[in-house]
Design a protein around this ligand. Structure first.
Ligand code: F6R
Length: 606
């Protein structure tokens, strides 16, 4: 959460810095700020609201420095206000920060006792004071960063400029993402390579405890034991179309529509197009275990819940699914014979990363299913499968979710074969008939979304909505409800259909919307009777089914036939229909679907 960018160049950098944080706006959009060093002074501009407000400000009151830092904020300590916006300037130092300083209270007390005065409520300002004091004691900036970092607890990435030196930027990170890059005459830092991709073709991903001095055309990286180090370089590609909604009106809608292409890309990467063999050697270690734990947060957690059905039925592997935010604080029974799968779009989610580390300390092999392949999770896991969804800018996970599902389904099939639970021929059949059917089916849902559009508009002002499903449709019901809460601000809950009469039915009153995920499979009759019970008490059902279920579903209320697919492929079309329902309900209610209130995309704090 929060995005930071730093640049040093042969010309004024404020405009480029603001463009950089605009590319990171998915990380936070409460307020933004930029500071540069000009003639031995730090000058700063800050604005509450989206980065565009900061851009307007610097157009009116420009900055002329050639070295600077910028920040887009997701408030953790203190409200979104100009005073709390970064950069924080104290004496000779300006600082931007992504993450959390856990011991900021005690540091603030100590600094207050020393007579220091604070201008904000943020945890970041203590860092600016400590750095200013260290510089005043005569330490050089790199040593000051080292000394101060040793006093900080938490996870963070910090960028700094000083008024002493117009030709340098400094940065450090501790469990927070930070990349750096240089080219002749310039150098760059950012919390995500996308921010600086228009200027460089390669980036270095810093490791925990690294510090870096950036000068025009040079980087000096030192590790936590003060050794100068080189970090491996990775390619970055600047795709300006990734930063535009390309006529869809929102990133979320564009990303929903990118799903068929993402799924095609995954199919081509994971399976041989002629023999239909799966090419997923990364599952070999997991396949040898006796039990699996799958763990993640939010939407990625629901992907794990669905995958549990697949690993059990296709690979005969006992599975449990854990919220990473809970798993990390328990003493779970994990050890020999266990394997762990972590699922994340960003690869940065603080709780999932902490759970991965806990599992690793116990010697349990881990497989990470992740979209951002430069992320900390990708670096730290035993094995990694990239989900190939491409950058996702909308805060709500859409293409990342179906890409996770596709990866997990392919992995479950591959694990089944590796364990001798299924034959090579069965794998090939599943690849051809199931995985192969998904991209086109999703395309069909997108092409016929007018019905969903009309229904979704009725949800925009609903006080609440209930989602139900059974079996693999139960996690989808929870995911559908999360999407609606998240972007349409309608209170929604997803229930196992069989649980309705154990309590939730009391919520039903005349007109309560009830969205049922109800493919025409062996569970259809059971789910439909639960829908009927709710309808008899006033609920207004909208049943997502297929051609075979449509007739009976329509007798209970509204219904929609999605493409008929092999059983294992059904969740994909339902997932997309649920995304469209949430999107269109939010759009009908005039909500900003890409930037829902109070949320940010990468949850790097607990
Ligand atoms: C909801 C959503 C979140 C994320 C969750 C985990 O639409 O996007 O619930 O799924 O914050 O994030 P990742 O997958 O990056 O670990």
């Amino acid at each position: 959460m929060c995005g930071i960018v730093g640049m040093i160049n042969g010309h004024p950098v404020a405009g480029d810095l603001v463009s950089g944080i605009q590319r990171l706006e998915y990380r936070g959009y409460d307020s933004a700020g930029v500071a540069t060093v000009e003639e031995g002074r730090i000058s700063r501009r800050r604005a509450v609201g989206p980065v565009s407000a900061l851009r307007e400000l610097i157009e009116v009151v420009p900055l002329s420095g050639h070295a600077g830092i910028a920040h887009t904020r997701w408030a953790t300590h203190g409200s979104p206000s100009e005073a709390n916006a970064h950069p924080h300037v104290v004496g000779e130092v300006a600082v931007v920060h992504n993450g959390i300083i856990e011991n900021h209270d005690e540091l603030r007390e100590e600094l207050l006792r020393l007579g220091r005065e604070f201008a904000s409520e943020t945890d970041t300002e203590v860092v600016a004071h400590l750095l200013d004091m260290a510089l005043a004691e005569g330490l050089d900036p790199m040593t000051a960063l080292d000394v101060v970092s040793r006093r900080l607890r938490g996870s963070y990435a910090i960028g700094m400029i000083t008024s002493r030196d117009e030709d340098a930027l400094y940065a450090t990170c501790h469990n927070g993402p930070l990349v750096v890059a240089e080219h002749p005459g310039a150098a760059f830092l950012a919390s995500d390579g996308a921010a600086i991709a228009p200027y460089v073709s390669e980036i270095c991903v810093l490791e925990c405890g690294d510090r870096v001095e950036l000068r025009r055309g040079s980087l000096r990286i030192v590790d936590s034991s003060n050794q100068t180090v080189d970090r491996p370089r990775r390619q970055v590609e600047s795709r300006e179309d990734e930063h535009s909604t390309e006529g869809y009106g929102s990133f979320m809608l564009k990303e929903i529509h990118q799903q068929p292409a993402v799924l095609e890309r995954q199919l081509a990467a994971f399976a041989d197009p002629l023999t239909h063999e799966l090419r997923l050697p990364q599952v070999a270690t997991i396949a040898k275990q006796d039990q699996l734990v799958l763990s993640a947060c939010g939407t990625s957690f629901y992907a794990c819940q669905l995958a549990k059905y697949w690993f059990e039925s296709l690979a005969g592997l006992p599975c449990r699914v854990e919220l990473a935010s809970e798993l990390r604080y328990r003493s779970p029974v994990l050890g020999a014979g266990h394997g762990a799968i972590f699922v994340s779009q960003s690869g940065e989610t603080a709780d999932t990363l902490a759970a991965l580390r806990m599992v690793r300390e116990r010697g349990v092999p881990s497989l990470v299913v992740v979209n951002v392949e430069t992320s900390a999770m990708a670096r730290e896991a035993t094995d990694v499968i990239g989900t190939l969804a491409g950058p996702e800018h909308g805060v709500a996970s859409t293409k990342a979710f179906t890409a996770q599902l596709f990866t997990l389904l392919a992995a479950a099939i591959a694990v089944g074969e590796a364990r001798g639970h299924s034959t090579r021929q069965q794998t090939a059949d599943l690849v051809r008939t199931t995985l192969g059917s998904i991209p086109q089916a999703v395309e069909l849902v997108l092409a016929s979304s007018a019905r969903i559009h009309a229904y979704a508009a009725t949800l925009a002002d609903a006080p609440r909505a209930i989602y139900v499903g059974r079996g693999p449709s139960f996690p989808l019901a929870m995911e559908g409800a999360l999407k609606l809460k998240e972007i349409a601000y309608v209170h929604a809950e997803g229930f196992a259909a069989g649980e309705l009469k154990h309590g939730p039915l009391a919520l039903v009153e005349e007109g309560t919307p009830l969205i049922a995920v109800c493919p025409h499979d062996s569970l259809f009759d059971k789910t439909l009777s639960n829908v009927q019970e709710a309808a008899a008490r006033g609920a207004q059902p909208f049943v997502l089914t297929d051609a075979d279920g449509l007739g009976r579903a329509l007798k209970l209320g509204d219904a929609l036939a999605l493409p008929t697919l092999p059983r294992l492929a059904q969740p994909f079309v339902h997932a997309v229909a649920l995304q469209l329902i949430a999107h269109h309900a939010a759009a009908a209610g005039g909500k900003n679907v890409d930037r829902p209130r109070n949320l940010a995309k990468s949850v790097t704090v607990e």
